[in-house]
Design a protein around this ligand. Structure first.
Ligand SMILES: Cc1cc2nc3c(=O)[nH]c(=O)nc-3n(C[C@H](O)[C@H](O)[C@H](O)COP(=O)(O)OP(=O)(O)OC[C@H]3O[C@@H](n4cnc5c(N)ncnc54)[C@H](O)[C@@H]3O)c2cc1C
Length: 429
């Protein structure tokens, strides 16, 4: 939708832009649901932030303007046994029990020294990378159990290719300070975030969808895309250019004449799915937290809990509050069964986050494409898929469209870049 907006704002006639959307609702992963006055983000907790201010401003403007948003201070923590640990973990080790603090700082220093003395290169697999980067203490107390929960596989099966900018990189002095209790900030760029006052994160894409109402064909899955000379046919209808934001591993289902090796490269791109639970609580208010990480298995299957009712006063009825709990599973597998919510609740109760009698009701949404899995061979498969699309002139865009680990602001940035190319093409005729 951002691309459609950019094309129209760039001068393309609105009648020349057509969006095919399989679902009855536009917005994809930006999806929210309201049940009995409680609103939650169905595909996991979403916040609006961007290092790119013009993009942030543009998104806010398309979504109805700054008055439609509330601004929150990000306050995230890790739950460790019965205590809160500052996030990122290596900036919070002073909050740990003494022995764990010692193990983390001692092994961090050893890992730092070994890296500096040997000038070793960053290992390619994620398990070796976390040991190389953080040392065994931080791996054991946080990194390994947390990442095993999210990725649902042995960490040696995934690469360290996705970590840049995603796993914070604390200077050793900050870790030493943290260990003795001097507070350091590890992750400042999302320190404030915006969130729609009403309707959950989906209110943002609803804002886009409202102005593109005539362009979007809801309930219209793309089933057949073929190149005919210099033009394209989509479901039999002729177009000059085609852009796909459909997950790249589904492209071989609809793109005709795709060679076998490109098709299998695309199909074998892997992803993890997510099951999200709303817990509607009879609790007047929460502590001032945005979200918390639950790294340990005895805290249940959820890896992250969002304090959903803290994001906007309208996310829960007056005097009530809510949690959003996220549980991942391997892409393509059956979603975990109905008892999953009980395991989530038991784990949270064990972690001291709630008591069962506070829960009024729960709601669940399962989503197939949530996280890109950077397994070995991923980069080569992705490159082969992109190369074929480029060779035939099919534009791929978006988080799963290109298999880039993008948040929505980065999707907008990429849409803007593509709009420049497409508008220049359109001018040439
Ligand atoms: C757990 C989680 C947390 C996140 N947190 C944040 C956050 O805090 N902030 C943030 O900005 N971003 C966040 N994101 C990322 C954000 O949701 C995505 O980057 C963004 O929504 C991706 O948009 P997209 O257009 O690329 O794809 P999608 O949103 O996946 O849209 C793809 C669309 O294609 C449609 N489609 C599929 N097949 C067909 C077909 N055959 N024909 C027609 N249509 C089809 C789908 O219905 C869907 O509407 C998070 C994502 C997850 C999973």
């Amino acid at each position: 939708m951002a691309l459609a907006q950019k094309l129209i704002q760039g001068g393309l006639a609105p009648g020349d832009v057509h969006l095919f959307e399989a679902s009855q609702r536009a917005g994809g992963l930006c999806a929210s649901k309201t049940v009995d006055g409680y609103t939650y983000d169905e595909t996991g907790g979403h916040i609006l932030f961007s290092k790119n201010k013009p993009v942030m401003d543009w998104v806010i403007e398309q979504s109805g303007g700054v008055d439609q948003f509330t601004w929150n201070d990000r306050n995230t923590k890790i739950r460790y046994e019965d205590r809160w640990v500052h996030y990122p973990f290596e900036n919070g080790i002073g909050d740990l029990p003494d022995q764990a603090n010692f193990e983390c700082v001692s092994d961090y220093v050893k890992a730092w020294h070994e890296r500096s003395a040997s000038h070793s290169e960053a290992p390619a697999d994620f398990e070796s990378w976390i040991q190389w980067r953080f040392g065994e203490g931080i791996c054991e107390h946080f990194m390994r159990p947390y990442n095993e929960k999210i990725w649902k596989r042995d960490l040696a099966e995934i690469t360290s290719g996705w970590v840049a900018g995603r796993v914070p990189d604390a200077p050793i002095d900050d870790v030493l300070r943290a260990s003795i209790g001097i507070r350091t900030e590890g992750y400042t760029h999302q320190s404030k975030f915006a969130y729609p006052l009403k309707g959950g994160f989906q209110a943002i894409t609803d804002g886009f969808a409202n102005s593109l109402e005539k362009n979007i064909r809801l309930g219209t899955p793309v089933t057949d895309v073929r190149k005919v000379g210099d033009t394209w046919k989509v479901n039999g209808e002729e177009f000059d250019r085609v852009v796909s934001t459909i997950p790249m591993n589904l492209v071989p289902d609809f793109l005709q004449d795709i060679p076998g090796d490109a098709a299998s490269a695309m199909r074998e791109l892997s992803n993890n799915q997510i099951s999200c639970f709303l817990l509607a609580l009879d609790r007047p208010e929460h502590p001032d937290l945005s979200w918390v990480y639950l790294p340990h298995h005895n805290q249940g299957p959820a890896n992250r809990i969002t304090y959903m009712s803290n994001y906007s006063p309208n996310n829960a009825p007056d005097g009530k509050s809510s949690f959003l709990c996220e549980v991942t599973s391997r892409g393509g597998s059956a979603f975990p069964n109905a008892s999953l919510v009980d395991e989530v609740i038991d784990g949270m109760a064990h972690a001291g986050l709630l008591t069962r009698d506070e829960i009024l009701f729960t709601d669940r949404t399962d989503t197939r494409w949530a996280y890109i899995v950077y397994d070995h061979g991923f980069e080569a498969r992705k490159a082969a898929g992109l190369a074929h699309a480029e060779a035939v002139g099919l534009h791929l865009l978006g988080r799963f469209g290109r298999y880039d680990y993008h948040n929505s602001d980065q999707c907008v940035i990429e849409a803007e870049k593509l709009s420049v190319t497409l508008l220049a093409d359109a001018k040439k005729g």
